[in-house]
Design a protein around this ligand. Structure first.
Ligand SMILES: [Zn+2]
Ligand SMILES: [Zn+2]
Length: 182
């Protein structure tokens, strides 16, 4: 992918966030502030103050907005949705090095809430995907009972399942069984 390591990292964060949504995963992955803290922990999101129920509802709302960008039917819709999102986000680029990550750019403004933080960093990463005309890499899993999103990082843009260890395998086994029955 023609993206820098911090862009790739932010894209993985937005994928993780969207996949906590009932619309993408079937189950609510952010049921509580505790779930939100776990998300912050596994994505190593820096500069996060104490989280409360307001953060939870803001992040859930943002998650839906990102999901719409991800699954927009065409480029212009994606651009317009993302511009709306970025338009209401304070953005202040700065260089940072923390938690063992090499030098990278933060886009969130000082004192940003968690939702603002994610809107800035993940929003800018998605903007780069659109600028590089790589929108087709933003995918939804092709398995019939799965709606997870993922970023296809394969060279020939051929990935169709969210996670080859689960959905990919499951589909291969199903295809194998179908062939044996035939
Ligand atoms: Zn950082
Ligand atoms: Zn899947």
């Amino acid at each position: 992918m023609p993206f820098s390591h911090d862009m790739v990292y932010s894209l993985a964060t937005v994928v993780d966030l969207i996949n906590t949504s009932p619309a993408a995963g079937g189950e609510e992955g952010l049921r509580s502030v505790e779930d939100l803290r776990a998300f912050v922990g596994r994505r190593v999101i820096s500069d996060v103050e104490d989280l409360d129920s307001r953060d939870l509802s803001e992040v859930r709302e943002l998650r839906d907005a990102f999901h719409e960008v991800f699954t927009a039917p065409d480029r212009d819709t994606a651009v317009s949705l993302l511009n709306t999102l970025l338009g209401r986000t304070r953005i202040t680029p700065s260089l940072a090095e923390h938690d063992g990550f090499s030098l990278h750019v933060h886009y969130f403004a000082p004192g940003a809430s968690l939702a603002e933080h994610l809107a800035a960093d993940c929003g800018v990463a998605l903007a780069h995907v659109l600028v590089e005309d790589e929108r087709e890499r933003l995918r939804t899993c092709a398995a019939p009972d799965c709606s997870h999103v993922f970023v296809d990082e394969s060279r020939n843009r051929s990935r169709v399942y969210c996670d080859s260890r689960t959905c990919g395998n499951r589909m291969h086994v199903a295809a194998y069984r179908a062939r044996r029955r035939a």
